[in-house]
Design a protein around this ligand. Sequence first.
Ligand code: MN3
Length: 194
Amino acid sequence: MKYALPPLPYEYGALEPYIDAKTMEIHYTKHHQAYVDKLNAAVEKYPELQGRPVEELLADIANLKVDEIDRTAIRNHGGGHFNHSLFWKYLDPSNKKDELMVKEIISTFGSIEDFKKQFGDSAAKLFGSGWCWLVRNGQTSKLEIKNFPNQDAPIMTGLQPIFGLDVWEHAYYLKYQNRRPEYIENWWKALKLI
Ligand code: MN3
């Protein structure tokens, strides 16, 4: 079975004015679709990998029996597919506030404002393309803020993703141009979870 774009359960304009409809449409139908297509191409030679959940491929990325060039492609495009699938889900405007998560964030980072400041600083400082994630460290069970380059997914290093911010320019350039901090500030307004 081929990998496929997950359905987007809301309109492209649903996150206006924080994320504009055109950016959403291009991000979902062009960028995410390209990760899906290139992931399918990367596993074409390996019938045993096809149909395995993408999170399994990523968690096992170092051990997959594939050519190095295909490993890199699975890492990049599989990561892109996985990360974006979560991104759309966390941004669903019908999401409710996760009170347990809010409590845990407050006990870990001091307050929601302190957390947003730390997360935003981390995302703003990320050089080039990548993601800033709130993750759970499987060994300590603690929440952590962590930047990842390119499309590297938290699960590749055993970290459980809670939610992440795409800071590739394609995620904001149409509306915000070089104003990444403004995009980050408005992204919080679109995120209903905390
Ligand atoms: Mn993106």
